[in-house]
Design a protein around this ligand. Structure first.
Ligand SMILES: *Cc1c(COP(=O)(O)O)cnc(C)c1O
Length: 322
């Protein structure tokens, strides 16, 4: 018997826990996008979620299940990105102290946003120190509980609630497409489908420069790569999680890729046609639909999670302005 990290019931329970906490983001459609692909596309803009990305779903679902003792001692994580902000806000909403470890040279805006949600930001020297060791020191000194960005059953189940909503709001799907970094979002969404839309298939999309997940599913074991060079900075993880991988394998989930120029084209499409500001990683699913990487999707009902929109304006302008 396989013991997978999460089941459909875990995703359904997460949805009840998150009710009234996360926004039920809308579902948007576009005749232009449908005409481009021949499919019926249902976009879930999680850039409109609190903190600007889906990550609050998993972070809140994890901290909400802390024991009273864990709540007293706090939560700690390592992230200079969306997960750090999600942990900070989730902890604040639950009255728990949070510490977010990030490099001294992380973007000032990200640091300020994380502190703005009430987290203590602990800087480290990325050339001299290992963030895992910095995090471990916090755990030893304070007894705080670490919540990693993707490889945790409660995080995975929380992320899956995006798919549950999308299935309900769209009135049924043949295919559900999400970006892939460490695979927390994809594994949660694939698990949501397995119970709520069992005939539908989940497909993950990685940056072409960092297709470790695709390689892992092909080889049947977790493949580790060097940090990939891509503008999709929220999907620069080096390997799928060990809780994530068996779920993807068991559910027969596929992973395809998108290139940086395809991501830029998609950012332009969403900015100009749908008035949505998306970060490059947020466009992975749509870029694959537009490029044909998903295969023949004509006539299908395809849900696409637009995972986030946290990109500073100067960078956004330089990416879409060219
Ligand atoms: C974290 C993140 C991802 C990747 O999620 P995983 O669970 O690591 O696969 C994709 N898009 C955005 C905007 C993110 O913040």
């Amino acid at each position: 018997m396989t013991t997978l990290a999460i089941s459909f019931d875990d995703v359904a329970a997460a949805q009840r826990r998150l009710a009234g906490i996360v926004h039920r983001t809308p579902v948007m459609t576009s005749r232009t996008a449908d005409a481009k692909t021949g499919a019926q596309l249902f976009f879930k803009p999680e850039n409109l979620q609190r903190i600007g990305a889906f990550k609050l779903r998993g972070a809140y679902n994890a901290i909400a299940q802390f024991t009273p003792e864990q709540r007293r001692r706090g939560v700690v994580t390592f992230s200079s990105g969306n997960h750090g902000q999600a942990i900070a806000l989730a902890a604040q909403l639950l009255g728990v102290k949070s510490t977010v470890v990030m490099p001294h040279d992380a973007a000032a805006m990200k640091r300020a946003a994380t502190q703005g949600y009430g987290a203590e930001v602990l800087g480290y020297d990325r050339y001299a120190e290992d963030p895992e060791q910095v995090l471990q020191r916090v755990v030893e000194q304070t007894g705080a509980t670490p919540v990693p960005p993707f490889d945790h059953p409660h995080v995975m189940a929380g992320q899956g609630t995006a798919a549950l909503e999308l299935i309900e709001q769209s009135g049924g799907l043949d295919l559900l497409v999400t970006p892939v970094g460490g695979g927390g979002l994809l594994s949660g969404c694939a698990t949501a489908l397995s119970g709520a839309a069992p005939l539908a298939k989940a497909i993950g999309v990685e940056p072409e420069a960092g297709n470790d997940g695709q390689q892992s599913l092909e080889r049947g074991e977790i493949v580790r790569i060097e940090t990939p060079k891509t503008i999709a900075d929220a999907a620069q993880s080096r390997n799928l999680g060990r809780h994530v991988f068996p779920v993807l394998q068991h559910l027969g989930t596929r992973i395809v890729t998108a290139t940086d120029p395809q991501l830029i084209d998609a950012m332009k499409f969403f900015g100009s046609r749908m008035k949505l500001v998306l970060e490059p990683t947020g466009c992975l699913g749509a870029a694959a639909a537009f490029s044909g990487a998903l295969g023949d999707i004509r006539g299908l009902r395809v849900g696409i999670v637009l995972s986030g929109g946290n990109v500073d304006l100067a960078r956004y302008a330089s990416l879409v302005g060219g």
